[in-house]
Design a protein around this ligand. Structure first.
Ligand SMILES: C[S@@+](CC[C@H](N)C(=O)[O-])C[C@H]1O[C@@H](n2cnc3c(N)ncnc32)[C@H](O)[C@@H]1O
Length: 287
């Protein structure tokens, strides 16, 4: 499957988001940069590998591996950054000259996920108990999840480092998770969030108005990106959404693919919204 989601059933994605985001918003808040990752580690079954998709300099993988020295962790990274997916967002340069130093209970797999993850899944001797998804973009998260699917089952704990609350969150890790759930018939029970969660209608309103808040203002107002959950068998299907919501999501997705949706591409000459004054940021932090 390629990076295009033209064939995606936007009604279904909207239904998943409308059902799942309130549950995420009701999950316990995990404080600190790695609070949600720690929650996923704590929820993971004792038996099984830890997998990190997107290792970069190894900070989060070292932390996980030291926290659970009895577990073996497999870290995957290209060392040259993202694959070319033609998408407008997330153009950061993550190239590094060599694999990072990692604890002894880690194995590093160099290369793009479409090759390395499939190779790993074909020979792995244990299921994936913990998956840290930290590869930012849709195509990578999608390839990683699909490649690992034979090793993933109800009970697998997942941490998404870029789950929600940024201008293109609808089109990256969350979208890959949704497609994985559709493919496997599983669902996710959210166990931790990093702060407030912006819902789908509000996200769409901001995107349609080209007014998605600045990252710094969102952080000050208590919105955070990471989230953690545990995969579960799907019970009742996600209820259908009000007419029109799927079409609005489809329109934003199309805009994203034509480079007109990410916050930076919206209208770079015209600041989206005035930054919050310092006193309001201070007040927001107290909430
Ligand atoms: C945000 S960084 C990871 C940060 C790291 N987990 C940490 O805590 O420091 C994202 C990494 O994902 C890697 N990546 C993204 N897509 C990839 C793909 N398809 N194959 C291999 N590596 C990929 C990039 O090379 C980059 O190093």
């Amino acid at each position: 499957m390629d990076g295009s989601n033209a064939e995606l059933d936007q009604e279904r994605y909207a239904a998943f988001l409308m059902a799942s985001l309130p549950a995420l918003a009701a999950a316990p808040v995990a404080r600190g940069r790695y609070g949600c990752l720690d929650a996923a580690l704590a929820a993971a079954p004792r038996e099984g590998f830890g997998v990190e998709l997107g290792v970069w300099r190894g900070r989060s993988l070292r932390r996980s591996a030291r926290q659970q020295p009895w577990r073996h962790f497999h870290g995957f990274d290209s060392l040259v950054g993202f694959p070319q997916d033609g998408r407008p967002d997330w153009q950061q340069d993550f190239a590094i000259p060599a694999a990072p130093r990692l604890p002894r209970n880690c194995t590093f797999h160099e290369g793009f996920f479409d090759q390395t993850v499939r190779r790993f899944a074909a020979t792995a001797t244990a299921p994936v108990a913990l998956l840290n998804l930290d590869c930012d973009i849709y195509i990578s998260a999608h390839q990683g999840l699909v490649g690992l699917a034979p090793l993933i089952a109800p009970g697998t704990a997942i941490h998404l480092d870029e789950a929600v609350n940024y201008d293109t969150w609808l089109f990256n890790e969350m979208l890959a998770l949704f497609r994985f759930l559709e493919q496997t018939g599983l669902d996710i029970r959210w166990i931790a969030r990093s702060g407030r969660v912006r819902d789908l209608p509000e996200t769409l309103r901001f995107l349609e108005a080209c007014r998605y808040p600045r990252w710094a203002d969102d952080v000050a107002a208590g919105f955070g990106r990471p989230a953690a959950g545990v995969l579960v068998p799907r019970g009742a299907d996600w209820p259908a959404v009000p007419p029109g919501l799927g079409a609005r999501l489809a329109a934003r997705t199309a805009a994203h693919h034509t480079r007109s949706q990410s916050r930076a591409d919206c209208d770079p000459e015209d600041p989206i919204a005035p930054p919050l004054p310092a006193w309001r940021r201070w007040l927001a932090r107290l909430r």
